[in-house]
Design a protein around this ligand. Structure first.
Ligand SMILES: [Zn+2]
Length: 287
């Protein structure tokens, strides 16, 4: 069941759980994620970054959509960190049901202007829009954008931004970073700030850079009001660490024999995230 971000996040916001957005970088990873979500009756957001889209090509998106439309669980296909109007239009043309337009590094009014332009076009064809205010940090070499200095989201500015920009979901900056953290860097979420934002902003809130944070902090963030958590590095790490192990046997050539153990390892992480975010079994809320 293919639905928009607005539709998939409404029950999450109402009943206090979060829907994970998994960045998939190939078809095997997509297949693994969707199989766990179907087996556990959990809603899911399949997320593709523009760089990942360049890598997989537009035709694979058609295959993903075909499977999501036929799937018994609620699912959304979301563009992660679109940075230009053109990127967003391409995603909508390909069939994505939701897009993020990330103007967070722009001055406030330019961010508003970009979001407004995207929201007007996207809403005309029933597509949801996620915007971002404040900046997510960058922890390690990773394809996603980030700032060296985190600018925390101001609750008052967030209220104005949601009204000015006309978006459906808001990514907040409360101290997370994209990528995996080095050993000496301990991420500290500003849960007090999140509480203030959640009290005054009425659209669903999104947590980026959710990989590698302690489980108790993520659980607390969901309880306070995060409805979508982006997960990329944690599943990629599980997949490729296992692949490094498998490929030590240099006689294996069949893709199935190489990929299946890696997917199985990744699937365990996917299921643990669904449990952490309270998503397991929540597909029933959409019927
Ligand atoms: Zn992000």
């Amino acid at each position: 069941m293919l639905i928009s971000l607005k539709e998939i996040l409404a029950p999450a916001q109402k009943y206090g759980f979060a829907v994970p957005a998994f960045n998939i970088a190939n078809f095997a990873m997509f297949g693994g994620v969707i199989s766990v979500c179907e087996r556990t009756n959990s809603p899911v957001i399949i997320e593709i970054h523009p760089n990942e889209l360049n890598h997989i090509g537009p035709y694979m998106v058609k295959g993903i959509l075909e499977q999501l439309v036929r799937s018994p669980i609620p699912a959304c296909l979301h563009l992660d960190h679109g940075s230009t109007f053109d990127q967003v239009m391409l995603a909508i043309r390909l069939g994505f049901t939701s897009v993020m337009i990330d103007g967070s590094l722009l001055p406030y009014w330019q961010n508003v202007e970009l979001c407004t332009k995207v929201a007007q076009a996207a809403h005309a064809v029933g597509i949801s829009v996620e915007g971002e205010l404040g900046t997510i940090g960058i922890a390690a070499a990773c394809d996603e954008p980030g700032a060296n200095e985190i600018v925390y989201t101001s609750p008052q500015e967030a209220v104005a931004f949601v009204k000015d920009a006309g978006i459906d979901a808001l990514a907040v900056a409360i101290g997370t970073s994209h990528g995996l953290y080095p050993k000496d860097k301990k991420p500290k979420l500003r849960l007090d700030l999140l509480r203030e934002i959640a009290e005054v902003v009425d659209i669903p809130l999104v947590l980026h850079g959710g990989s590698n944070n302690p489980d108790n902090e993520i659980r607390a963030a969901v309880k306070i009001g995060i409805s979508k958590v982006n997960i990329a590095s944690d599943i990629k790490q599980a997949y490729y660490q296992q692949m490094r192990v498998v490929l030590k046997d240099d006689k294996i050539l069949e893709p199935k024999k190489i990929q299946m153990p890696c997917i199985e390892t990744m699937c365990r992480v996917v299921e643990s995230k669904l449990r952490l975010l309270g998503t397991l079994g929540k597909a029933d809320y959409y019927r």
